[in-house]
Design a protein around this ligand. Sequence first.
Ligand code: GYE
Length: 330
Amino acid sequence: MKKTVSIMLALLILISFQGCGSDSGTGGKKAKLIKVGFCQTGAESVWRVANTDSMRKALSEKNGYELIFDDGRQQQENQIRAIRNFIQQKVDYIVLAPLVETGWDSVLEEASRAGIPVIIVDRMVKVSDKELYTAYVGSNFLEEGQTAVRWLEAVLKRYGRDTKPVRIVNIQGTIGSSAQIGRSAALDEALRNHSNWELVARESGDFIKPKAYEVMCDILAKTRDIDVVYCENDSEAFGAIKALEEAGLKCGVNGGVIVISFDATTEGLAECLSGRISLDVECNPLQGPYVADIIQKLSRKERVDRISYLEETWFDCFTITKEIIERRAY
Ligand code: GYE
């Protein structure tokens, strides 16, 4: 009798242990994680931090991924080295947010030879063979810029400034990055189409607030006759506004300097509400779920779209509200 009781007890303990294991939903066995190497440009802006966050959340262990994250610290050589490391570590997928468009052919050929699919996010790459990447998720930067110049045209008209000289400063993003190329190209196009628009200065702020502050200070030392500052992201707009205000200039559509920005982060929209930023064109950094979806489809050998542009909108100082800012996810 005593023996039967102890056998039953042992059995009970065994069953309850197995029960604990199956709580994970994997029947006690760990499901194989998908190994992804993600190579980020760096942490230059508020937008970038939101982008990294979105990727980390979507490609979490809980969702079935082993994510190897690499911060390129704004150097293409670092990014190339990271990709080579990912190849050595035999990752299943490589996700690359390229700092600039060119210079990727050899390393992407290495990834292709190793049979590792590459997904490009945010900025684009210019490669000799399109097959060197499997899919792209990001923004149409030329369209973002065209939205900005169309808005400027309309506002100048509304204020009766459409035939007067319009003196524009362009604080560019990282030279050679798709975000810079597209946004600057839209401004160039508009400059060609408006004989009264004049580009008085063009410098790179590298998408970074302190750098933009520095270049704006230098420009202001040469001229204060400025109508518009076309910044290529929010961080640059913050730096430019600081320099403009320290120089005693007012920022705003009504009689001040019109500051245009891109990203529409919570902080950027707060400046839009204060009137310092007149227009903030949205650039969506929440790309993680799209990348996860592509990886899932590729794992099931399903077809994926080669190019996916995220839907984006814009906000200006006339229509922005506290409620819009409170609902903002980044
Ligand atoms: O606008 C900026 C960032 O490539 C779209 O890079 C991205 C840009 C974004 O650091 O804030």
